[in-house]
Design a protein around this ligand. Structure first.
Ligand code: UDP
Ligand code: MG
Length: 314
């Protein structure tokens, strides 16, 4: 039998879109003949979304609704969808009809060969200055920093093999970085062009402030990728270099004071030496604290620093 498909949809105040979305998904999925479920994660909606969803659920037992107590954000909604999904393939999409369910069969085709399929809104229907332009820069930056080159990290329409998402914990705004995180655990990733529509109902839940949050999360992701199992390697080198420079300056000043009898009390260089030594010691100590945290985290969670694909002969 073919693998089951879970469609995960974060929903926050999208009452007008839901009925259209449900119908469109239903039409497409019935056509594919696949076993599927639609998981709506109601992220604390305050309009009629909850009751509309409940009505749909009564009529169609392929629908699962996870209702949050308050608004926890799109990343949390997607994480909940992953936790409850029973499918072997999990598809995420927006609730506002900007993603098109007609693309689902193409994603399902591509996921046969890959672990992650990322949608690419090549012809994106959003405002240029507040959306598309920042997004071009963001995608370039995220690709550079993570080393996983995608045209459109921000597209929610993506497909994942179950094994990939079941092992990823999401925080902050991190749902957009899943392909990068998946790449580090050895998943294969591909892109598929998808259709994009302008928002028909309601309004966008994000403003320009998202840029800052995404940037901070990018730093977090990069840090975790490079150094979470060896923090002393992240802080140590800078600490050593600064500390040694400070120490050398201090020796030089001591020489002036002791051998040449010069006064060093009012020298800016003295301040620099002290600053560098303190910074150096702090960075090294920070790295050591990080090492302890990393050990506590990994050992208490039963985490390893490697991922095994398979073992033969055992
Ligand atoms: N969303 C959510 N919780 C939030 C914000 C957004 O579940 O706190 C959902 C929203 O209902 C939509 C999707 O996330 O289905 C994307 O949001 P939106 O369309 O506002 O983002 P944009 O397309 O403008 O980037
Ligand atoms: Mg949208």
């Amino acid at each position: 039998m073919e693998e089951k498909v879970s469609i995960v949809i974060p929903v926050y105040n999208e009452e007008e879109s839901i009925p259209h979305l449900y119908k469109a998904i239903n039409d497409v999925m019935v056509d594919t003949g696949r076993d599927y479920e639609i998981i709506f994660v109601d992220d604390g909606s305050r309009d009629g979304t909850s009751s509309i969803l409940a009505d749909l659920q009564r009529k169609d037992n392929k629908i699962v609704i996870i209702e949050f107590r308050r608004n926890f954000g799109q990343t949390a909604a997607i994480a909940a969808g992953f936790d409850y999904a029973e499918g072997d393939v999990i598809i995420t999409m927006d609730a506002d009809l900007q993603n098109d369910p007609c693309d689902i069969p193409r994603l399902l085709e591509a996921i046969k060969e890959h672990d992650v399929v990322s949608g690419w809104r090549k012809n994106r229907k959003d405002k240029f200055f507040s959306r598309r332009f920042p997004s071009v820069i963001a995608n370039w930056l995220i690709s550079k920093v993570t080393g996983v080159y995608l045209h459109d990290y921000g597209c929610t329409l993506k497909a994942y093999r179950k094994e990939v998402v079941k092992n990823i914990r999401l925080y902050g705004e991190m749902h957009r970085f899943i392909p990068a995180i998946a790449d580090w655990v050895g998943a294969s990733i591909t892109e598929v062009e998808t259709t994009h529509h302008p928002r028909r109902f309601g309004k966008s839940k994000y403003g320009i402030s998202r840029i800052v949050r995404v940037l901070l999360d990018l730093i977090t992701v990069k840090f975790l990728q490079s150094f979470s199992t060896r923090p002393i390697q992240a802080f140590g080198p800078a600490g050593l270099v600064l500390g040694v420079i400070g120490f050398l300056i201090a020796i030089y000043l001591s020489y002036e004071k002791i051998a040449l009898g010069l006064s060093i009390g009012g020298r800016p260089l003295l301040l620099l030496a002290v600053l560098l030594i303190i910074l150096g010691v702090q960075l090294v100590v920070m790295g050591l604290l990080g090492e302890m945290l990393a050990r506590i985290y990994h050992e208490s969670q039963g985490k390893t620093i490697y991922i095994v694909k398979r073992v033969l002969g055992r």
